[in-house]
Design a protein around this ligand. Structure first.
Ligand SMILES: Cc1cc2nc3c(=O)[nH]c(=O)nc-3n(C[C@H](O)[C@H](O)[C@H](O)COP(=O)(O)O)c2cc1C
Length: 364
């Protein structure tokens, strides 16, 4: 049995004091220009204080045109550095490893926010997105690298590339729609090239003492599980990546890709020798027993989303009580406020099914 409180080393950057990672969670609490607000600072530093070993920010956009949400944290401009510096300092003060999730919303970037046509690897009539030119793809790669360096200058220990959920990096992997004729589309190598160019750039510019994680969606979002498994193997082989964070939505689910029916999705990844690249995953880890089971199933880190929203100190409570479980949903606004969730985040959470109790309804 793996100990949830055993430290975890990485190839690059500092050690995590335990096996709990705060999932990247969009909270819509930043100012309109992407600079940090006090509410976002309080939300994240409370999780560091609650003993999460790794604390990730929400998805932070690396280009203005890549904004996916109102109130999104920005990392595309020098004006963001002061707030990011305050945030990195506040997270690290509690002994947590501090990461920024780097993001470009691609075809999911709303024009109302960006005031420009969304971009993607291909034309997408449904969203109105247009295909990036080759020069523009090179600019996207550079924007991710510059943002990583900005995170480093602000004092973050590392970054996570958001390669999941049908945002821009994930769209490049798509086998059916990314049929670009340049070096960024068509063959598997070409569809994954942006990842490797960003990784090379981050390592060259941010050095060896900088943590680099990558989040992937192994199914849904037009992904082929076989492609994502092959990408995983190649990422491990680079020796440049510290952590692969699988967004599973249920860590213990069975694969839905028809080539892997009847197999546990996570097992497809744990069966591959990953050397000292670490593996994390998020999805329905709601109690201490789920976290232990996730580690026993081969994960190095348990990534918590909803349970970290309802319980800022889930790791600490788990250390005190091996049967600890997150608060039952829905929770009241009052409880969320006590947990360091600001009003704009509460409003966003009202859009998630059965999360926030309606006034007069049930909830703890
Ligand atoms: C409110 C909310 C915001 C989220 N924002 C992000 C995000 O910014 N980036 C990301 O990669 N995933 C995001 N996710 C997905 C979570 O990181 C996580 O993978 C998912 O919630 C499943 O974990 P859970 O079952 O512990 O909640 C979000 C999920 C929620 C509920």
């Amino acid at each position: 049995m793996t100990d949830l409180f055993a430290p975890l080393t990485f190839r690059h950057g500092p050690t995590s004091k335990n096996r709990f990672m705060l999932a990247p969670l969009t909270n819509q609490q930043s100012h309109d220009d992407g600079t940090l607000s006090d509410h976002e600072y309080q939300w994240l530093t409370a999780r560091a204080r609650g003993d999460f070993g790794v604390v990730s920010t929400c998805a932070a956009h690396v280009q203005a045109s890549g904004q996916g949400f109102p109130g999104q944290l920005g990392i595309y401009d020098e004006r963001h550095v002061a707030g990011l510096t305050r945030l990195a300092t506040g997270i690290k003060e509690h002994g947590a490893l501090a990461l920024v999730q780097l993001h470009h919303a691609g075809l999911r970037a709303p024009t109302e926010l960006t005031r420009t046509t969304p971009v993607a690897p291909f034309d997408d009539p449904k969203s109105g997105a247009r295909a990036l030119t080759t020069d523009e793809v090179e600019q996207v790669v550079e924007a991710f690298v510059v943002a990583a360096h900005r995170a480093k200058r602000a004092g973050f220990d590392g970054v996570e590339l958001h390669g999941a959920h049908n945002y821009l990096l994930c769209e490049f992997i798509e086998p059916l729609r990314n049929t670009r004729a340049d070096r960024y589309g068509g063959s598997f190598e070409n569809r994954c090239r942006v990842f490797f160019e960003i990784i090379d750039g981050v390592r060259a510019r941010c050095g060896d003492d900088f943590h680099l994680a990558i989040r992937l969606s192994p199914e849904r979002f037009a992904m082929s599980t076989s492609d994502v498994l092959e990408l995983y193997r190649r990422l491990v082989d680079t020796g440049a990546v510290d952590l692969i964070d699988l967004s599973l939505w249920d860590v213990f689910k069975e694969a839905s890709d028809e080539n892997f029916l009847g197999r546990k999705l996570l097992e497809l990844f744990t069966a591959i020798d990953r050397g000292d690249t670490r593996l994390a995953a998020a999805g329905k880890i709601y109690g201490a027993a789920d976290a232990r089971r996730a580690l026993d199933a081969g994960l190095d880190l348990a990534v918590l989303g909803r349970a970290a929203i309802t319980n800022h100190d889930f790791p600490r409570q788990t250390r005190d009580d091996p049967d600890f479980s997150m608060r039952a949903l829905p929770v009241t606004e009052e409880t969320l406020t006590l947990e360091g969730v600001g009003p704009d985040f509460v409003t966003y959470l009202r859009g998630w099914p059965d999360f926030v109790a309606e006034v007069g309804g049930v909830g703890a």
